[in-house]
Design a protein around this ligand. Structure first.
Ligand SMILES: [Fe+2]
Ligand SMILES: [Fe+2]
Length: 214
C-alpha cells in the first residue's frame, strides 16, 4: 500500500499532468483550425481508451494523441521549407506524398512549439501516418486512434476496425494499412515505401498467427 507521502506525491504529479495537458490544449487551440482541434481531442481520448486496454501509460497516450497533428496547419510547401530549415530529413518518396510530411515535421514542431521532450511520444507523432514495421504499443495506439476516432466516418470498415482495435491492436494496424493502401491504389494516390514495409510486416505477423488475410 502507498504511504501517505507517496500518495501525496502521486496526487501532486496528477495535478501537474493535468496542468500540462490544459496548457498544451490552449496552445493547440491557437495553432489548429477548430475541426482539426476537435479531431486532436478525439484522438487523444481514443488513445486513452486504447492505453487502458493495452496497459500503456495513459498520460503519454493522451499527450501523443493530442499533439499528433500539431504541424497539420502548414501547407506542403511550408512543411518542406521548415524541414530544410530545421534539418529534418525527408525522403524523395515522402515528397511524392507530401500529406505525410506533417507527421515527420510534427515530431520536431511538438518539441519546439509545445515543449514535448519525451522520445516515445515524439516517435508516435513521427510515425502516425505511415506507421513502421514493429511499432511500439504507443505508436500503434496513436496510428490506430487517428483512424478510428469517433468523429471519423468516411472509411469503409470503421465499425469492424473499431471493435478490432480493442481486441487485437496489431490486427487493427494490419487492416488499417490494408485499407489505406487499397484506397490509395484505387484513387491513384502515391504510396510511400514505408507504408508498404509496414503493411508487409503486419501481414507476415498475421500469417504467422494463422489469421485469415487477403
Ligand atoms: Fe495526421
Ligand atoms: Fe490526425
Amino acid at each position: 500500500m502507498a504511504s501517505g507521502k507517496q500518495a501525496k506525491e502521486k496526487s501532486s504529479n496528477k495535478k501537474k499532468d493535468l496542468t500540462e495537458i490544459y496548457e498544451i490544449r490552449k496552445k493547440l487551440q491557437k495553432i489548429l483550425k477548430p475541426d482539426r482541434y476537435e479531431h486532436s481531442l478525439s484522438v487523444s481520448f481514443t488513445c486513452i481508451c486504447l492505453a487502458m486496454r493495452y496497459g500503456v501509460d495513459l498520460y503519454k497516450a493522451e499527450i501523443a494523441g493530442l499533439v499528433h497533428d500539431c504541424a497539420k496547419q502548414f501547407s506542403d510547401g511550408d512543411l518542406i521549407k521548415a524541414c530544410e530549415k530545421d534539418k529534418v530529413e525527408i525522403t524523395e518518396d515522402m515528397k511524392k506524398a507530401p500529406q505525410v510530411i506533417h507527421s515527420v515535421y510534427g515530431a520536431v514542431y511538438a518539441r519546439k512549439a509545445l515543449g514535448i521532450e519525451d522520445p516515445e511520444i515524439l516517435s508516435a507523432v513521427y510515425h502516425h501516418t505511415l506507421g513502421k514495421p514493429q511499432m511500439s504499443l504507443l505508436e500503434a495506439i496513436v496510428f490506430t486512434a487517428d483512424y478510428i476516432e469517433a468523429r471519423r466516418y468516411k472509411a469503409a470498415r470503421l465499425p469492424e476496425i473499431r471493435q478490432m482495435a480493442f481486441m487485437d491492436i496489431e490486427r487493427a494496424v494490419y487492416e488499417i494499412n490494408h485499407d489505406t493502401i487499397l484506397y490509395l491504389e484505387e484513387s491513384g494516390g502515391y504510396i510511400c515505401k514505408l507504408s508498404y514495409d509496414t503493411y508487409q510486416y503486419y501481414k507476415e505477423l498475421m500469417k504467422s498467427r494463422g489469421l485469415p488475410i487477403d
